[in-house]
Design a protein around this ligand. Sequence first.
Ligand SMILES: [Zn+2]
Length: 381
Amino acid sequence: MSTARQIEIRRLRALEESFAVAPAGPEAGLFGPYLVTSPAGGNYHVEIRDLKRLRNACECPDLARSGLRTCKHIEAALHHLRRTRPLEVSRALAVPPDRPLVRFTEVDEARVRLDLPPGAPDALREEARAVFDESGGFSARLPEDFFRFYDRVQELGLELEIVEEVREHLADLEEDRTRAPAREAIYEELRSGTVRPSCSELVGRPVLVFDLETRREFTEVGGASRIQDLGISVAVVFDYRDRRHHYFEEDCASELADLLLGAERVIGFNLKAFDLPVLAGRASRDLSGVRALDLLEELERGLGWRVSLQNLLRSTLGLAKTGDGLEALKLHRLGEWDRLAGYCRDDVAATRGLFEYGREKGHVLIRDGRSEPPLRVPVSW
Ligand SMILES: [Zn+2]
């Protein structure tokens, strides 16, 4: 595995596991000791000495063994600094380039910028003016305007380097654009209730796929310990007995709970830590008897870290999630019930697609870096 890929894995783990990061010494500059705490409560002492992954320290065995000069704890601390202290970080990184270079701003990694050294040719400055603002930030449409600019630069025979991460990001955007119709076709098929032939033995059995959207977010109810107060805006169940999606509102929470309790198996993503506790808060039933298959839990057991549904859907099925939880909250507030229900149904459809793929092939796919081939994660559900 390439060094870049190994570093990318640690960077992704740092993002996907939610580490808490706090300065472990007197808060002065960016550099110094930090305490990085994992969701499971493990503490790691990290020393940040520079922002380019060269001289940082952590006490974990991974750093000592890997020879990479970074680990997920260091990456979590760097991510924390980029997010909470962007100005100081950008100042510390402000090293003038010696050649024309397109890269991401370090402050916000998804923003493309162009650095031109003092001696850059006028022709390049001229072309750049159409798509980059005065400070070098890209100000037009990605990726199409960038590609147009770059074609022109090449026609003129001008020297311009684009860092690998940006190339990959542009390629992803282009793929998203060109693949949108194909993605819609995959969703259409899943929505229609088509079951993979290899999973046809499930048809007619009380096997359910379940997801719900909430009325409120954690900050509105006083944090994760009040999960039972989030409420339900819509819940959707795909039932293998009739291969259809069924919709529920909060006032049917108890009927929904009975349906789940009576099922042979209830499939979902992050079901045990999220959907079931939310439902339990609104149904007068004890849900500990639900025979839940939580795909996130299964994958976390194999991988040792939490992977996002987004990553799984994209890598395994070529799907993009149609929105996120915040989008759903917005739709709920606007009273757009049909769109909200459609959004939740698409999540159920996609989760089922993932489940059936894993059941058929014995693995699902995740990507740990944009350019590398996806990783196969064995599953046995
Ligand atoms: Zn570490």
